[in-house]
Design a protein around this ligand. Sequence first.
Ligand code: AMP
Ligand code: MN
Ligand code: MN
Ligand code: MN
Length: 286
Amino acid sequence: MIAKNILNADLHCHSVVSDGTLTPEALAERAKTNGVELWALTDHDEVGGQHRAAAAARAQGLAYLSGAEISVSFANETVHIVGLGFDPDNAALQQGLRNTRGGREQRAVEMAESLAKVGIPGAFEGALKFVGNPDLISRTHFARFMVESGVCRDTSEVFRKYLTEGKPGYIPHRWATLRDAVSWITQAHGIAVIAHPGRYKFTANEEYALFTEFKAHGGQAVEVVTGSHTPQEYVKYAETAREFGLAASRGSDFHSPDESHTDLGALPMLPGELIPVWELLADRIQ
Ligand code: AMP
Ligand code: MN
Ligand code: MN
Ligand code: MN
């Protein structure tokens, strides 16, 4: 029996299968070393690492939930929806994710063209050197190339000066719809979670619409304690979880020992009064 909120659950991180720098096996080992008790690997738009992650967790004696982080377009913003505890072999989920990944290569070509115009040539080939999964070239890989080639000191400087709206290298992209992402997860018997809501640049009305529509489509949880939130945002989104009757999740969003501020398992516990998402997933823990 998994105890209530006092559980070191880390239900959000990335491997080389998307834009992390560690393998699923190395992440499982790091999670175990850091005292994680329940783990999920949530690669962007991809479940290709799920069987490896589950096997690695088993080898470490670490409880595991399947995971993915799906890119969604909502109100002219990119929103991320985490799925947990689904069947990673579900055909409709896999097809939906394949379609979501589909435009990434063309987008990357256009990102490189935009960077070339401001005097940064060769970014497509440069980013590709950092890509573990050819289907999943992301802004993170461009950021690593720009650090390596000395354009910026670190990846956060890259995202301040490039690759974001209004800056060189930014190419708008249409991802999955909120409805589709939630339904791929739920029909594969998983639970949909709004990832790091504090990161979106929404007005109060847009944020209300996101939570309302997410609930209406069958979404059941929200990340409250994440590496992307400030302590004030833990409080704010704990309140939002209560207001919308959503369960709460906790995850570092760890990508790399060299880049991530929050290590696996190194977060405050969920506030006590919330329903932890893992209570809804007890029968899907491996
Ligand atoms: P993409 O899916 O290609 O649009 O890339 C999104 C990824 O870029 C996120 O998952 C993060 O890993 C990374 N990213 C976005 N914004 C930032 C930021 N401000 N600092 C560091 N990494 C970021
Ligand atoms: Mn990422
Ligand atoms: Mn995200
Ligand atoms: Mn993430």
